[in-house]
Design a protein around this ligand. Sequence first.
Ligand SMILES: [Fe+2]
Length: 259
Amino acid sequence: MIDLRKNSGLPIKEDGKYHLIFEGRLPKFKPAVRTIDEMKDVLLDKTLKEPKELYYMYRDVAFDEDRELEKKNQLRYDITIIKPDRLGKELMKTAGHYHPGNYPELYEVISGEAWCIQQKPSKEDFKKILDVIWIKAKTGDKIICLPGYGHILINPSKSQALITSNWVGTKFSSDYSLYCKAQGAAYLFLEENGKIKIQKNNFFSQVPPIREMYPNRKIEKFGLESGKPIYPLINTPEKLRFLNYPEEFDFADAFVTNA
Ligand SMILES: [Fe+2]
């Protein structure tokens, strides 16, 4: 059991079986489950049968009294629990998607360690990747998914679940199809003989070298500070305006080159 109150700002616990326990005035939510069958298209080894369940998505979590502000500002808050495991040789990962309309997203690591792989395709040809960023984040860190980039999350740990929360605008639905066509992200993260191996995905005609980055620990204009939960930002919705109006903001300070 992991108490997530301090890191999430919500009265929640993880029950030790990758599910959430909702306490206090928080309504109880049920997760959508991502199964291995649904992931076939984005896996290197398509014959895999285990693990049957990979991650659990609690979508649209909120206190009842925050619904009005969420609706007015077109915002949604989700929590995702990604199991610690391997997918054959591949590290445990999410399916990956793009945001139509190039909207960004805001993640925070509530528990565990997260690697977020973001990739920017050329507007003319999605097989041409112009930039790939590998963001290494630990508990308390915030990750901005940049406008115009697709993203996946990786749980590099074999023993510890990765629990993230995210704020995202409600004006679009995620597009998973390009990640399915490409059978994954621009780079594959594998473990071979106990070592992490990063391999280009041959589907793409152009993939630049991966850039290793870390989350910026403090971004004042977005109300972000490492260790400070993002749920309460609903009370200062102007800080989350960048999610629905990215053209008004500069994202150059989202990441730094040193931890
Ligand atoms: Fe997303």
